[in-house]
Write a protein that binds this ligand. Structure first.
Ligand SMILES: Cc1cc2nc3c(=O)[nH]c(=O)nc-3n(C[C@H](O)[C@H](O)[C@H](O)COP(=O)(O)OP(=O)(O)OC[C@H]3O[C@@H](n4cnc5c(N)ncnc54)[C@H](O)[C@@H]3O)c2cc1C
Length: 698
């Protein structure tokens, strides 16, 4: 008999944001002003577990819902009881508050151990099921980190579980397709990416749920090793509102006027470059390489830059021209002279900071390469471009960690893209991506060479591997960054540290985070945001072979089937016309995407390629290789048409670098309109033929 431990979380309802939820001064979202709900993917995880229990016909199997949060998080446990849970556990304690993903995963793992011991009678026959990520954090890091703490296999991004031959086969999302796997052993952690068969509460079940007892545990009960702010390995430096979209968001009244706008915009080669948060050069140099030794213009905040400027002016007034002159006698002079501006402690911290000239972390800047269909994933090259810039600022080298099988021929391409050292872990057992085996290989290399920064692509594979590796080597990790910069925090004694900026709360706020209590600073970065460098085949680099002892026992999953797109697609085309689920069927897709592509090709005398959303691919409208987005291809054409596409973040990530985005959608509130330059509210069946006609007559 298998049991199910389902992780549920209470989150702010980011789908219902009222105006008063924003702080008028800072423009950031005030979390406490939002209603609290169960994280949608966790409610799907409950339904997923319930389906598994029903399909395995295990009448005695128990569903235990576990949550960590304030006392009011009890509400999500009552929700769970009213749907399908039999037992619920609330882990609540002030000491657990303010935790990052490390210090969240750790106590949850200890709570699972206690559940297994005290409720499941030490049985190993259980599944831990959770949503793939929560809407407030959006990191997808906690479940793999729990898996690492408990030494369990982890199957991330599951969309289905089928009971066959007395075991479950899980289907999950992977880059470029999907895969069916089984764990080699139980227990296993499964994260649910999509399971849209909601459970509903009945009146009787709700009444029962309100009467049932909830088990309450505090931090003393579980005795976790890393909790709260102290146990965290990252700290938030600042939270700020997301920049305004640079998209025009202009509604066209009809197809005729849209055609006119398109002709103008396409011919204007200086068209907007889109809302991408694409990279600005940091221009950072280490203090020892700055011409002015008192230059502290790369501090983390504007206020710190200003404070150091005031101090530098004071020092110059006192005739102190070098940081080596800040001796005990001069310190007294400075303290009395600058005392009107700063508190004594702050001033001392600044003076100590001024004397630091080299970087706080040492080692190379690494990229963990991702392989897809036997070649290197484009996101790896983008990360190498970013790593090159960071490494140049830090006066160090770019390393690429490449784990797989028969890899040496790939090194050349990585060096041409900007890498200096290629660390190759070559083993037949790494031929297919297995989270546990790859985690062992990559973590082993990191623990030998200790790079100061490690970057992974925020693809399903990278977002799975990074938390496993970082937890294993004891380092903090920031998910899904859209910007990476080197900055100083001189007052805290930190020079040349990685500022990791990412969207949070469903993109409603941005947060800049840095790593603490770690030997390496680690981040996953969104594909399509960083820029690949033009290949330089004259560059030279070194191949370093790293041997890791791997056995069959290190492989955690049996891969039953992998489905990847095949065929050639020219996503380098200047115009891409994509169809989504709103195309309704394959015939419509063929007819409407085809006719619009032909009309655009003629009007603009350029190549046009067809694209699709993941939902359209899943509906069979077109082959998978045409999928655009996080698990499809990230593209950057001049003109992108989204026909019947809602604008999910995983789709929009893939088109961030597009110059002009045009959307046709029948829903006046479709999210895609916020990301578009021009749009028409209307159904595709009527609008597209009119647009084709208008383009033909232009
Ligand atoms: C880990 C992960 C990775 C993912 N990767 C990707 C990815 O790479 N690419 C991707 O696209 N998605 C990806 N997704 C899925 C993504 O979350 C969305 O589910 C998907 O993009 C939705 O596709 P869609 O907009 O076509 O469908 P829907 O969200 O169903 O939207 C259909 C739209 O069509 C409109 N519509 C309906 N009928 C008409 C009509 N007659 N005329 C005009 N409009 C109409 C509707 O108003 C709606 O807005 C991923 C999800 C996960 C969890």
């Amino acid at each position: 008999m298998s049991n199910y431990i389902v992780l549920v979380k209470q989150v702010p309802d980011v789908t219902q944001i009222t105006d008063n939820a924003f702080d008028p001064e800072t423009g950031t979202l005030i979390r406490s002003r939002l209603a609290s709900v169960i994280n949608e993917l966790d409610s799907q995880a409950l339904a997923f577990a319930n389906r598994m229990r029903a399909d395995s016909n295990d009448k005695n199997a128990k569903i235990i819902a576990l949550t960590m949060g304030p006392p009011m998080a009890e509400e999500v446990l009552r929700y769970s009881l009213s749907r399908c849970a039999d037992i619920t556990v609330l882990l609540t304690d002030r000491a657990l508050g303010g935790a990052d993903t490390w210090a969240t995963a750790n106590p949850l793992a200890f709570a699972i151990r206690k559940i297994v011991k005290e409720i499941l009678g030490e049985s190993d026959d259980y599944y831990v099921i959770s949503g793939m990520q929560s809407v407030d954090g959006d990191t997808a890091q906690v479940p793999p980190q729990i898996a690492e703490e408990l030494d369990l296999p982890c199957i991330a991004y599951a969309t289905d579980a089928e009971f066959k031959n007395n075991r479950f086969e899980f289907t999950r999302i992977i880059s470029g397709g999907s895969q069916t796997v089984t764990p080699k052993k139980l227990p296993v952690i499964v994260t649910v990416a999509k399971y849209e068969f909601p459970l509903f509460a009945t009146f009787a079940k709700t009444r029962r749920a309100n009467e049932m007892e909830i088990i309450n545990w505090g931090s003393e009960d579980i005795r976790a090793t890393h909790i709260g702010v102290k146990g965290s390995k990252t700290r938030v430096i600042r939270v700020f509102p997301p920049g305004k979209s640079t998209r025009k968001c202009q509604q066209a009244s009809d197809a005729e006027s849209l055609a006119g706008l398109l002709v103008d915009s396409f011919k204007d080669s200086a068209a907007q470059t889109g809302q991408s948060t694409a990279e600005k050069k940091t221009g950072y140099t280490l203090p020892h390489s700055r011409s002015d030794k008192f230059d502290r213009s790369f501090e983390g905040t504007k206020k710190e830059n200003e404070d150091f400027k005031i101090l530098a002016d004071k020092l110059k007034e006192l005739g102190i021209t070098d940081t080596t002159n800040i001796d005990d006698t001069n310190r007294q002079k400075i303290l009395s002279s600058a005392g009107e501006h700063f508190h004594k402690k702050a001033l001392e911290d600044m003076l100590n900071g001024l004397q630091l000239t080299g970087p706080t972390f040492e080692g190379e800047v690494w990229v963990v390469a991702e392989l897809s269909k036997g070649s290197i994933h484009p996101a790896t090259f983008e990360l190498i471009g970013k790593a090159r810039e960071l490494a140049d600022s830090l006066e160090t080298k770019v390393g690429v960690c490449l784990a797989g099988y028969k890899l040496e021929p790939m090194a050349k391409e990585l060096i041409a893209a900007g890498a200096d050292n290629i660390y190759i872990i070559d083993d037949e057992l790494l031929d297919e991506f297995d989270p546990a085996a790859h985690r062992k290989a990559v973590a082993d290399a990191i623990a030998k060479y200790w790079p100061q920064i490690v970057l992974y692509a925020a693809t399903p594979q990278g977002r799975m591997l990074a938390p496993l590796v970082s937890y294993r080597v004891g380092c903090g990790l920031t998910a899904d960054c859209t910007s990476l910069d080197i900055r100083d925090s001189s007052r805290k004694g930190q020079i040349g540290i990685l500022f990791q900026t990412r969207p949070a709360l469903g993109g409603n706020v941005m947060a800049t985070i840095c790593t603490k209590n770690s030997k390496s600073q680690m981040a996953t970065a969104r594909p399509g945001v960083m820029k690949r460098l033009p290949p330089d085949t004259k560059r030279t680099g070194k191949i370093i072979k790293h041997k890791v002892l791997l056995t069959d026992d290190d492989v955690s999953l049996n891969i039953i089937k992998t489905e990847l797109g095949t065929g050639e697609v020219n996503f380098g085309a200047e115009i891409i016309v994509s169809g989504g689920k709103g195309m309704q069927n394959r015939d419509n897709y063929e007819k409407l995407v085809g006719s619009l592509s032909d009309a655009l090709e003629k009007q603009f005398d350029t190549k046009v390629e067809r694209g699709a959303s993941r939902a359209a691919v899943e509906q069979g409208f077109i082959d998978r290789v045409h999928q655009v987005g996080q698990t499809g291809t990230a593209i950057g054409p001049k003109l992108y048409f989204a026909l019947g596409i809602s604008g999910a973040i995983q789709h929009m990530i893939g088109v961030a670098n597009t110059e002009t985005i045009v959307a046709v959608n029948s829903d006046p509130n479709a999210p895609i309109f916020k990301y578009s330059d021009y749009y028409i509210v209307g159904n595709v069946e009527d609008t597209v033929p009119k647009l084709v006609k208008a383009l033909e007559t232009k």
